[in-house]
Design a protein around this ligand. Structure first.
Ligand code: PMP
Length: 291
């Protein structure tokens, strides 16, 4: 495997960062996880834009243009012969002192890993998955901007540990207002009376790119799709629940905290959206221009 590191393709074993990198010392940096379908970078522009937004929110200046980053991703894919897989694109604050001050760091470090992706087992897509509601509260937007996809994932990891302890694959996190936010690595949707609802960006969620695609697809299918503040009770009462994310794509949730959701099976709306998503993947034209 070849890893792209600031302009060089280096062997996996040599793809290392310094112990003085603030990405490691403090989780100070930003990243993206991006799907590659049939040799194409899925929602390329949206991912690159989110990376630069994340960086701006933490006052990190990425030392490349967006076009250079896209070229670097393509180069990494070519070097590894990846046609279907996943890209991890990371920009760390770089090497600094042992103090917190990010402006004492020399240069950001950018690297790109292209690899295969590990999926949830197929039966979870067929049968739906069980999740819990974590006790760990989603960190508030005013504490760490939730629009920034940063290297600091400890909040999510603590909730994921609760999921692992409970023997399930994901955990729903509530925000500091007690409303539904998102899962540890996925956004959440409900279906209520044929209407698709998901928490708003103000609910301390990551603006998921799959979430955006699914909202658009739902509307194209003639479904009502809205962002709404969701109290926990609406989770339990929903007809259907599903998660969206780069790795998960679209996956039904059929059990929350041991309670069966809807009919306990993948619901018709989720099914429709999953099919529409698969169709969209085949025709995604969004790789084009970068603004
Ligand atoms: N929320 C969190 C916390 C995530 O880490 C992810 C995965 N990046 C998502 C939501 C889903 O976002 P996307 O659809 O852009 O992968």
């Amino acid at each position: 495997m070849k890893v792209w590191m600031d302009g060089n393709l280096v062997d996996r074993a040599r793809a290392t960062v310094s112990v003085f990198d603030h990405g490691l010392l403090y989780g100070d940096g930003v990243f993206e996880g991006i799907r590659i379908y049939s040799g194409r970078i899925f929602q390329c522009q949206a991912h690159v834009n989110r990376l630069y937004n994340s960086a701006r929110l933490i006052r990190l200046a990425i030392p490349y243009t967006k076009q250079e980053i896209v070229e670097a991703m393509r180069e990494t894919l070519r070097a590894n012969g990846i046609e279907d897989g996943y890209i991890r694109l990371v920009v760390t604050r770089g090497v600094g002192t042992l103090g917190l001050d990010p402006f004492k760091c020399a240069e950001p470090v950018t690297f790109i890993i292209a690899d295969q992706i590990k999926l949830y087992p197929q039966e979870m897509y067929d049968e739906g998955m069980a999740v819990i509601i974590a006790k760990t509260v989603r960190v508030a937007d005013r504490q760490i901007p939730s629009a920034a996809k940063t290297l600091n994932y400890l909040n999510n990891i603590l909730a994921r540990i609760e999921a692992v302890d409970a023997g399930v694959a994901e955990a729903i996190m509530l925000n500091t207002d007690g409303h539904v936010s998102e899962c540890t690595g996925d956004n959440l949707f409900l279906v209520e009376g044929g209407k698709v609802v998901t928490p708003p960006l103000t609910a301390s969620i990551l603006p998921g790119i799959t979430r955006d695609v699914v909202i658009k697809l739902a509307r194209q299918l003639g479904l009502e799709a809205e962002e709404e503040t969701l109290p926990v009770e609406r989770l339990y009462r929903a007809d259907e629940c599903f998660l969206t994310g780069t790795a998960a794509e679209v996956i039904a949730v059929t059990k929350i905290d041991g309670r069966t959701i809807g009919g306990g099976k993948v619901g018709p709306v989720t099914d429709k959206l999953l099919a529409a998503f698969r169709e969209f993947i085949r025709g995604d034209e969004a790789e084009g221009a970068i603004d």
